[in-house]
Ligand binder design. Structure first.
Ligand code: PBE
Length: 308
């Protein structure tokens, strides 16, 4: 597939100016050196070249990183590298590129505030490297139901929508303290919280430990659940870890539960590895998604376009 001519890094006005300057020329020359870019011909810059053949990733343990590696294989993107960092570093790089209207390709997921902040699109994934529709599920350690039955019930009942999570995430992104953002959401959504705690008795200071990864989506959910459990009498510890240690902690019982299991694909490797060593407590969100994400000003639509 041929990429359309695109001058990255220039705003619409600059593009127009370039177009006018080039007026009268009958070819595609846009005023650069005119060097031939290999097989793409002419002066078209391949999308790979425009981003240094780099996909901006996040923390290495994230399931989306495994999926992105799979995509590099599936689409034979031999020259490409997937950089590692963190969710925060990825959004910082995205913002930097976006502000200058420069090309960038990131590992992205929904729900995430970046879609509210920037005009972004998922690249189509005809090979299915990133799976299809995902769910976020709640997982608990074995024995949780016997030891902390009230928490087990609440965690099993927990489910909310992309919009709900979005409200918390965007508030945090806008500078609100995480706990305050979670508390504000709870105050505005008492009916939803009441459904999670319906018929559950309060406890008196029982301890519970939730493990999460510092992904914006999970920061939001765990801060909400922390307050919900505290309001029911629990003493809650939130432990922030990487994805691998999170699954290990639930499997070996050093964490009681996590709301951060993205399945069936994203965390499949972890779920398989620890099969039988954790309990699935239920789906806490439907219709979530992972993939490669680019600003809409980039003139590509599919991961296949990266092969050019
Ligand atoms: N994420 C957000 C995680 C799950 C939640 C998509 C970055 C991951 O890839 O493992």
């Amino acid at each position: 597939m041929k990429l359309k001519k695109k001058v990255f890094g220039l705003g619409a006005a600059a593009l127009l100016a370039l177009g006018l300057a080039a007026c009268g020329n009958d070819d595609k020359n846009e005023g650069n050196t005119g060097s031939d870019e290999g097989t793409t011909g002419g002066t078209e810059e391949s999308v790979g070249k425009s981003v240094d053949y780099k996909i901006t990733g996040i923390d290495p343990g994230a399931g989306i990183m495994e999926a992105a590696d799979r995509a590099i294989e599936d689409y034979e993107l031999d020259d490409w590298t997937l950089t590692t960092g963190s969710g925060a570093a990825m959004t910082a790089a995205l913002k930097k590129a976006y502000d200058k209207e420069e090309p960038i390709i990131v590992t992205g997921w929904t729900p995430h505030w970046k879609f509210a902040e920037f005009d972004l699109k998922y690249l189509e994934d005809p090979e299915g490297s990133f799976g299809g529709e995902e769910q976020i599920r709640t997982i608990g350690r074995l024995g949780l139901e016997d030891d902390l039955p009230e928490a087990h019930a609440i965690l099993s009942n927990f489910n909310w929508s992309e919009e709900d999570m979005g409200e918390v995430m965007i508030a945090i992104q806008n500078g609100e303290n995480e706990e305050v953002a979670a508390q504000n959401w709870i105050d505005a959504n008492e009916d939803k919280v009441a459904e999670w705690t319906d018929g559950v008795d309060k406890v008196e200071g029982d301890k519970i430990k939730l493990a999460y990864v510092a992904w914006d989506s999970e920061i939001a959910s765990h801060n909400v659940m922390k307050i919900v459990l505290e309001d029911m009498g629990y003493e809650v510890t939130l432990t922030q870890v990487e994805a691998g240690p999170l699954w290990t902690a639930v499997a070996d019982g050093s964490a009681d539960a996590s709301l951060a299991a993205w399945l069936p694909i994203t965390h499949e490797t972890y779920a398989d590895k620890f099969d039988g060593q954790f309990e699935e407590l239920g789906i806490n969100m439907e219709g979530v998604k992972i993939g490669l994400v680019v600003p809409t000003y980039m003139d590509i639509t599919s991961i296949e376009d990266l092969k050019e």
